[in-house]
Design a protein around this ligand. Sequence first.
Ligand code: G4P
Length: 526
Amino acid sequence: MADPRSEAARRRTFAIISHPDAGKTTLTEKFLLYGGALTTGAGSVKAKGDRRSATSDWMELEQQRGISITSTVLQFPYRDHVLNLLDTPGHRDFSEDTYRVLAATDAAIMVLDGSKGIEAQTRKLFEVCRDREIPIVTFINKWDRPSLDPLELLDEIEEQLVLEPVPISWPVGDGDKFRGVIDRQKNEFVRYTRTARGATEAPEEIVDRARAAEEEGKLWVEAEEGIELLDTIGRVFDQKRFEAGELSPVFFGSALTNFGVRLILDAMVDLVPSPSPQKDRDGNPRSLESPFSGLVFKVQANTDKNHRDRVAFMRVCSGRFERGMVVTHGPTGKPFATKYAQSVSGQDRETVDEAWPGDVVGLVNANEFRVGDAVWVDEPVLWPEMPAFAPAHFRVVRTLDTSKSKQFRSGINQLDEEGVVQVLREPDVGDQAPILAAVGPLQFEVAQHRLENEFGSPVEMVPCTWSVARATDQESADKLRGMSGVTVAHRSDGELLALFESPYWLQRLETDQPELRLDKLIAEGT
Ligand code: G4P
């Protein structure tokens, strides 16, 4: 009989973060290939355009911009385990969304381009992971191309991210001469053979060290020197430090040619912790065997023009989920019948009949569900609050077609509930011209695109001079409202935000009038 504890032990739930183009999509695809979930014959892996629409990037805007905004969840088997891969947006402007997704994962893979090392967005997204205190596995990709010196890359990780990199695999050669990797733990050389565009698993050969030295010559000598150095400086894997986010196991490979893909998948099973009891708002863990509970970490509407509905993505935290069961929606206390429960991958939807801790279920038409909400059966639970990030960009938005005011309003509400942007309202202005607040400006593009395309309301987005926001209270707000250079607006989560044009002015105010409540909002890396 299946039970939550043993089912959780078989599961691994993780996300991939990377700077755009480092190879997240390719690696995801290869995971599916190795998991047997993607059956492709040689040469049938699709070109990028098709491939993007076939997997996770389905939104028109994403295709135009070549970025991934929306998150998808993929589930695939590997060895005798079930792997749940949660996609995160590939742009730092959506780091708030990434932060929420990471609330539902137990680890992340950080993909680096071997010729570029740490790029701007890798750092941002890494900081989000650090805030979430989740273990990070590093995959240094594109080793089939001329790459940086591997030791240099390790230094970069250590210095820039303050994370100790511990190579588990070590490359033999690079570029055209990339022959394979040494598995440091098993002390063996894994040599690969390329297949056309990596359409099938790369044939692997385990070669003993004496033969490798003979056959690989100079490349082998160089690789051994690297490993000796790692041994000398004591780069040894430590499970506890990995789980504490202090150390990252590093793998070298090439997602395109499949080199090293199996090793990193093995690491997901062997190193990444399985779902464990989640802590509630008071810090008390809810055991895996407790009655069913889940955490809503993403809400998404209109993902598919044919369906036009709204899906709340929920991670199962305890117990067993069974489609059709009636759960309680924590914040409203209302019952919700989970008649339509799905796993959603891009445009493919499949009905989910059963799920266990670590799995993700998309609940269709869960209209009142918001990010951070708890759902449960029998024993109530309240999850830790899901904080909103400090916005740094602001626009006033208005509809350009007043006959579409109703559509405009419902569009704004929808975007607000999904957390696409934060929506602020000034008491005297109300609904016609709300303020949109964002972590990064690309969020406005998404909002505008969706208002126009999904809700049929063309809008103008008027840039604003505010540059910094602070949380305040009613008493301080009354005082602030009389001052110039500051605006106070309500956010829909009930928070009162004071928006300042000048950070210097804000600083002065903080010094001169310390009695005013002006609290910093959470930002990544703080
Ligand atoms: P992303 O999701 O992180 O944005 O990156 P994606 O996987 O889309 O990869 C970006 C580009 O890098 C793609 O090339 C992809 O083929 C290539 N790539 C990914 N992994 C490797 C690798 O291990 N080695 C090499 N040499 N290239 C890799 P593209 O030209 O943009 O698309 P395509 O036409 O090749 O599909």
